[in-house]
Design a protein around this ligand. Structure first.
Ligand SMILES: Cc1cc2nc3c(=O)[nH]c(=O)nc-3n(C[C@H](O)[C@H](O)[C@H](O)COP(=O)(O)OP(=O)(O)OC[C@H]3O[C@@H](n4cnc5c(N)ncnc54)[C@H](O)[C@@H]3O)c2cc1C
Length: 423
């Protein structure tokens, strides 16, 4: 009987496993994939994601490909461009292919002592008063508690609530890797027909980029038509101006993004849902890595506190502890972002936001920091999170960058990483 069973080893599951194992719990992690594995994603790491990964102990040097970003370019529906510089006091934005990032984060769980089972697919899960029995493709596991971090289609949720309709996601997003990109900065293009969705070009080492777009899914409309839109988008002059003669160097992939968190669906008996399985991605941008690490960490801490204080423990108490932590860390931001998404839904609203962002040097610097989650989305509405210096915080990995004194050029690429990037 393990203290904790973690299903899914993406950022949510790997964070939960690392934290629980460091708290001294016996942890068994199962993923149907074999790592390193790809995950359809934009690969963008916001300031919030970076800080959470740093707190978890992730060293960027352990991630095979990692590109720091120091400037983002927003493209308004009218074609106007606004350049948002990010501070160079630490890392505020980075791009790392999920194939590399997720393997490195899972490495932290392994180092902490969690037992990792790859190629192990959850088939079914059963609850009883004192624990859980889960059937995997390679055998059964008993545990006191479960963190279900098995992504948007969550098999764990479907096993526990078979009558619930499958989660088709709030956004549907496409992604393809390209080589030889003309403009190597990070671009977000608010094309009028995608709003409140957007097109992105996120730079990777060696002139490559993660290119994609995401749009809200329309209830009842199959997403097949988006494949044609993808081809048409790639031919648009606004997109070609960024890509130049870039060529695809991998297949196009599409995947849903669940961004409709509901408190009532975060826990079920002794099972706590985290990351995409809990639909916690940002409803405005679709970013979900920071939220996956946040919920995985919160779930592991709720379980660890209960195991240390009460042994077998009480599911109601753990559920309350988990809900309260998720609400205090991301609840207000999630609701606020959902409202802002409505503002960005029209070309007029998007134009007004981008015009406001570009008003002055101060607005450009601070809009960039806010958009990429350096400040909590709803900071303005949550005075409990106000503190002196909240608009002047350093980015992630700042002490190491300063100490080593190896930042070079305007991109602020780390010396050691620069060498790796050029491979
Ligand atoms: C096109 C696209 C672009 C995106 N861009 C960004 C971005 O730039 N930045 C950002 O922050 N977020 C982005 N997101 C969102 C982000 O990818 C997710 O929110 C994030 O991956 C959630 O992490 P997770 O650990 O919850 O789930 P996942 O990363 O999906 O991991 C779930 C794991 O569960 C495993 N699994 C599934 N079923 C089973 C089973 N039955 N048994 C065992 N294991 C199972 C899977 O193999 C997988 O490893 C994007 C999403 C999409 C679709």
């Amino acid at each position: 009987m393990f203290d904790l069973l973690v299903i899914g080893a993406g950022p949510a599951g790997a964070a939960a496993a690392a934290v629980a194992a460091r708290h001294g719990l016996s942890v068994s992690v199962h993923d149907r994939a074999t790592f390193p594995r790809d995950k359809t994603c934009g690969d963008g790491l916001t300031a919030d994601a970076l800080r959470r990964l740093e707190a978890l102990g992730l060293d960027p040097a352990a991630v095979a490909r990692w590109e720091e970003v120091h400037e983002a370019v927003l493209h308004s529906p009218s074609g106007r461009r606004v350049e948002l510089p990010l501070p160079d006091d630490g890392t505020f934005l980075a791009v790392a292919p999920r194939r590399d990032l997720d393997a490195a984060v899972l490495g932290l769980a392994r180092e902490a002592g969690a037992k990792i089972h790859e190629g192990s697919e959850l088939v079914d899960i059963r609850l009883d008063a004192d624990g859980v029995t889960a059937a995997f493709s390679d055998g059964a596991v008993d545990a006191r508690w479960v963190v279900a971090a098995d992504g948007v289609w969550s098999r764990a949720r479907r096993s526990l609530s078979p009558s619930r309709p499958p989660n088709l996601g709030h956004f549907h997003a496409f992604r393809q890797y390209f080589s030889g990109v003309a403009d190597p900065r990070l671009h977000v293009l608010f094309e009028p027909d995608l709003l409140p969705g957007y097109f992105w070009v996120f730079p990777l080492p060696g002139g490559r980029a993660n290119v994609g777009f995401g749009v809200p899914r329309v209830e009842g409309v199959p997403t097949r038509y988006l494949a044609g839109l993808w081809r048409e988008l790639l031919a648009r002059p606004t997109v070609r101006a960024v890509l130049g003669d870039a060529r695809p160097d991998g297949p196009v992939r599409a995947w849903p993004i669940p961004a409709r968190m509901r408190a009532g669906e975060l826990a079920y008996g002794r099972v706590l849902f985290a990351g995409d399985a809990a639909a916690v991605a940002d409803p405005m941008t679709g970013e979900g890595i920071a939220q996956a690490v946040a919920t995985g960490t919160a779930a592991a801490e709720a379980v660890a506190a209960e195991v240390h204080r009460h042994g077998a423990g009480d599911a109601g108490r753990v559920r309350e502890a988990y809900l309260s932590r998720v609400e205090s860390e991301i609840g207000a931001d999630h609701r606020f972002a959902r409202g802002l998404g409505r503002l960005l839904a029209t070309p007029r609203g998007a134009r007004a936001c981008i015009r406001a962002a570009g008003l002055s040097g101060w607005t450009r610097r601070n809009f960039g920091r806010w958009l990429f989650e350096d400040y909590p989305r709803a900071l303005i509405l949550t005075p409990r999170r106000w503190h002196r210096g909240m608009f002047a915080g350093r980015g992630a990995y700042a002490p190491l960058a300063t100490e080593a004194g190896i930042r070079s050029g305007t991109r602020g690429t780390w010396g050691a990483r620069g060498a790796r990037d050029s491979r």
